[in-house]
Design a protein around this ligand. Structure first.
Ligand SMILES: [Fe+2]
Length: 402
């Protein structure tokens, strides 16, 4: 009883976890893409700002001459008050120092320091002992680009430049996310629960049939082993005919259960060693109809009804119950008919010895069976000893293999 609640509960929990993880992953991916875009834009913005500062103040004759003359006071007076007009600037000035060949940028914490060489108007000369230094406010730069705040790091995240990385925070789930998880999670759990219910029902039905087969086996040991062998042979021949998946499973189950209707035939007729009289033959011939009726009473097996109903039909119309001919007999029924006869011939019976396979095939060639199938079975017969049925066979009938 416990697993009846536990499994569905687990399915619901797993569904919601899957949906939440999926949504979170998606959000992270979108966030990563956004930060990549911001990093690219930030790189361009820094470049633009650097070029603008350089062209405006550090490629300029007046600045060059003041710096070259060592008059830092004059040089700095040209830059006075700039911070007030440019909110991105924390500070800007000229100081003593060895000029780099080109401007160099260093990120540290929330600041970006840019060191400029000081040139004349034509960039022909460079002041020897002075540099321009501008410090930019990274948070303000980022504020121009990102609608949501991003973290700045010196070593982890998405790289903007050496020493400057952008980090996105953990994405908190919004109300919309929670609503989405609720709806999708519920839908997924319902879908899984429905599948589980179907499986459970199938299992219950199979169990029901197993019980019937078990009872059937207790009344007639020979029929039981005959059904198992027939089912394996049908599987073998069905695969030879190119059947796969659900169709092959149906063939197997139908072959396993084709004679289940014998449960409705009086035991004295079933077990009679002598020849049956005309009336007994008539009774015996009702077993495919009873088999079909039994299977049709199980929702999961009702589609096997037609197959078992016609397993005693013959190609020339001499079979029963409907006297169908040729290809109007379902292929599955024709397969079962062939392997049914073959198994009966090579199997032991109380009143005769088993027949050799070659002799059985010789006899079958003159019977009104589907000869294409007889030939196929004969050709594949040698492989049969090595034949391993698919693993699902055990699931349906755990008693079949030792
Ligand atoms: Fe039969």
């Amino acid at each position: 009883m416990r697993h009846k609640i536990l499994v569905p509960l687990l399915l619901v929990v797993v569904s919601f976890m899957l949906v939440a993880a999926g949504l979170w992953g998606l959000r992270q991916y979108v966030e990563h893409e956004r930060v990549e875009a911001v990093a690219t834009a930030l790189r361009s913005l820094i470049e633009m700002e650097t070029n603008s500062l350089s062209e405006s103040y550090f490629v300029w004759d007046a600045m060059y001459h003041a710096a070259e003359a060592g008059d830092l006071e004059r040089a700095n007076s040209y830059l006075k008050g700039l911070e007030k007009n440019n909110p991105l600037l924390i500070s800007i000035g000229v100081a003593r120092g060895i000029p780099p060949s080109d401007h160099s940028i260093v990120a540290k914490g929330n600041q970006l320091s840019i060191v400029f060489p000081i040139h004349d108007d034509f960039k022909e000369r460079t002041a020897a002992n002075a540099v321009g230094i501008a410090v930019l406010d990274l948070h303000r730069l980022l504020g121009l680009l990102a609608t949501e705040p991003l973290g700045i790091s010196g070593f982890r995240g998405i790289k903007v430049m050496e020493g400057l990385y952008l980090v996105h925070g953990w994405h908190h789930l919004s109300m919309l996310d929670i609503l989405l998880i609720g709806i999708t999670g519920t839908m997924l759990s319902l879908l899984l629960l429905q599948r589980y219910r179907k499986q459970a029902l199938f299992f219950e039905n199979t169990r029901g049939l197993e019980s019937i087969i078990y009872l059937f086996e207790q009344t007639e040991k020979l029929s039981a082993s005959h059904s198992r062998n027939t089912a394996i042979l049908a599987l073998f021949l069905g695969q030879k005919m190119g059947m796969r998946g659900r169709r092959l499973k149906n063939l197997y189950l139908a072959a396993l259960l084709h004679d289940i209707g014998k449960i409705g035939i009086p035991t004295h007729i079933i077990q009679k060693a002598e020849r049956l009289d005309a009336e007994e033959v008539e009774i015996m011939r009702t077993h495919p109809v009873i088999s079909a009726r039994i299977l049709r009473s199980f929702r999961e097996f009702e589609h096997l009804g037609d197959i078992v109903l016609h397993h005693h039909e013959r190609m020339d119309g001499s079979g029963y119950p409907d006297g169908l001919r040729g290809e109007s007999i379902p292929l599955e029924s024709r397969i079962i008919a062939v392997v049914d006869v073959f198994e009966a011939l090579i199997g032991e019976r109380p009143y005769r010895l088993p027949v050799e396979a070659s002799e059985a095939f010789a006899r079958m060639r003159s019977m009104p069976l589907d000869q294409q199938l007889v030939v196929l079975l004969e050709q594949g017969y040698r492989e049969l000893a090595e034949y391993r049925p698919p693993r699902w066979v055990l699931g349906y009938s755990p008693w079949i293999l030792p």
